[in-house]
Structures are given as structure tokens and as C-alpha cells.
Design a protein around this ligand. Structure first.
Ligand code: MBD
Ligand code: FE
Length: 305
């Protein structure tokens, strides 16, 4: 009866069979996940039709490149932030600007400029804004020449690179702060985001009875030597979904204030010619415990979303 198994025996066999050591961490994670899924299938009496429907759904998820949307919507990205916050609290090093999820729509390699930038290409309708501030360490010292990536959605809530309608790197820039750690950029206030109306993510959210909306937000990746790289977002106040983000990413302290500025004086170099909205925001970064912690993220090119 060597090849006849109970559920437990099969699981034991799946989790232990090997012809080489493999990767210990991958083995441990795989064992736990497979065990949990065996349990789920058994407990819920998942039928073969349901099982194969799930496989088809996973294949569609991979084909459309929407896996990062699912993880955000199911809370995994916020989970990573909560765990990192808990680790900081336990180590007594919690400080600075709160982290907020990276999300699946970051693209490395955005055009760089010194001190200031314009993110939009002039075709996006809406309220012109300037966001400006200083990148500092937790003692308030400016971080000279800090690197700041900013990215956000267009008027349809879509992101360049993933949206074939937009020019390369539209609404994405990298700024090298000046010697006083200052940055500023001009763009157009983005609306919220909604998951694509069809496809595997929409199907799951429909089945879960959930919406797939995010409140209006702007993403940031900020780094400098000697401090911990910060991935965060700010929210535009007044959005319907501000406390009901499908990705659970809104945080206290990251909802900005918008000032209405009448005169473009001092903002001419950004091409501002009339009244505009201003957001002032300083980024405060924790000290880095290692060089690794102050690396600007490296991410492989992402396919779609
Ligand atoms: C977004 O714009 C986003 O920031 C996240 C986390 C998920 C989906 C769309
Ligand atoms: Fe986003």
C-alpha cells in the first residue's frame, strides 16, 4: 500500500519529498501554504469544478498581470506596512513620516531633474497644484540631494506604463532635492482609482460584494544616504473613499491640506501663470541601520495592471 495515502500522509509526502536540499525558506513557505490550502479544500468540500475554476482564475490573473491588484485589495500590502510598523515599535525606532503601501503601479527609471519638475504633459484637465517641501532626518536636518520619486493617476484614474493611452512616464518623475533637501513639483490633482471593470480582479470583488475604489492619492519613494528609504502616499482631502480605500492604505498624517494660492509669484519656473493649489509636505526619514536600508527600490519592469 506504499502509494495509497490518507490526506495527512499525502500532505506529509508532498511537504517532504525531495532529491536535493532546494531552498530552505521556499520549502518552509510552500509547506505552510500547501497545508493551509489542503485544509481549506477539505473543510469546505471544494468540488472539482470549483477547483478547476480557481485554476482558470489564477491563470487569468497572471495573464492580465493583476496579481498586485488582488494583493492590495485583500490587504496584503497594508499587512506588510503593519508588520514593519510593529517591528519599528518593538525596536523603539518608530519615527518620521508614516509608510504607506507601494502598490503595483510603481515603475523605476522616471525622468530625473534637479529640485523641481512638472509631472503632467499639459493634456490633463483639472486643478493645477504644486507640492513642495523638504526631505529631513528625524532630527529635522535637511537631507541634501535626497532622491524623490512621485507618481499618480491621470484624469481617468489610470497610470502611465500600464495604460497604453499615455506617453511614457507621464505623471512620473524623479527629483533630486537641492542642497537644503528641498523639492517641488507641478501637476494636476488626480482623481481616485478604480480597478478595471472586467477581468479576474473585478470578478473576485463582485463575488466578495466589494467595491474596487481607491481615494485620490499621490505615491512617493524617497531615499538618501544614511536614512531608511520611505515608500508612502498622500491623500487628497475630501474624497468619498478616503476612509474606505479598497487597498486599506489611507493613514493618519498622510491626508494633506490644500491651500489656494492666488499669485504665481515665485513659481514662474514651473510655468505657473495664475491661481493654483499648493500642498506643503515635508518627508521625515528614519536613520538607516545598514546601507541596504537606504537603497532606492529596485523593481523589475511590471507588465500590466
Ligand atoms: C493603485 O493606484 C494603487 O495605488 C494600489 C495600491 C492598487 C491599485 C491601484
Ligand atoms: Fe496608486
Amino acid at each position: 500500500m506504499k502509494n495509497e495515502y490518507t490526506v495527512e500522509q499525502l500532505l506529509e509526502r508532498v511537504n517532504t519529498v525531495k532529491i536535493a536540499e532546494g531552498n530552505e525558506r521556499v520549502r518552509a513557505l510552500s509547506q505552510r501554504i500547501v497545508s493551509d490550502l489542503f485544509k481549506t479544500i477539505d473543510e469546505f468540500k471544494v468540488t472539482p469544478d470549483e477547483f478547476w475554476a480557481a485554476i482558470e482564475w489564477l491563470n487569468a490573473l497572471g495573464r492580465t498581470g493583476q496579481t498586485g491588484l488582488i494583493t492590495a485589495g485583500l490587504g496584503f500590502d497594508r499587512l506588510l506596512d503593519i508588520l514593519a510598523d510593529e517591528a519599528d515599535d518593538a525596536a523603539g525606532i518608530a519615527a518620521g513620516t508614516p509608510r504607506a503601501i507601494e502598490g503595483p503601479l510603481y515603475v523605476p527609471g522616471a525622468p530625473n531633474s534637479a529640485y523641481e519638475a512638472r509631472l503632467d504633459d499639459g493634456t490633463m484637465p483639472g486643478q493645477v497644484y504644486v507640492m513642495e517641501g523638504v526631505v529631513r532626518d528625524i532630527n529635522g536636518n535637511p537631507l541634501a540631494h535626497a532622491s524623490l520619486d512621485a507618481w499618480h493617476a491621470n484624469e481617468h484614474g489610470r497610470y502611465s506604463h500600464f495604460d497604453p493611452e499615455q506617453k511614457e512616464y507621464n505623471l512620473r518623475r524623479n527629483i533630486t532635492c537641492d542642497a537644503q533637501g528641498r523639492y517641488r513639483f507641478r501637476s494636476v490633482i488626480p482623481p481616485g482609482y478604480a480597478i478595471p471593470p472586467t477581468g479576474p480582479v473585478a470578478e473576485l470583488f463582485q463575488a466578495l460584494g466589494r467595491h474596487g475604489n481607491r481615494p485620490a492619492h499621490i505615491h512617493f519613494l524617497v531615499s538618501a544616504p544614511g536614512v531608511r528609504t520611505l515608500t508612502t502616499q498622500v491623500n487628497i482631502p475630501g474624497d468619498t473613499y478616503i476612509d474606505d480605500d479598497f487597498a486599506f492604505a489611507t493613514r493618519d498624517g498622510l491626508v494633506v491640506t490644500i491651500e489656494n494660492v492666488d499669485s504665481p509669484a515665485g513659481y514662474e519656473s514651473l510655468g505657473i501663470e495664475g491661481p493654483f493649489a499648493r500642498i506643503r509636505f515635508d518627508f521625515v526619514l528614519q536613520p538607516a541601520a545598514s546601507e541596504e536600508e537606504s537603497k532606492h527600490l529596485s523593481r523589475v519592469e511590471r507588465v500590466t495592471a
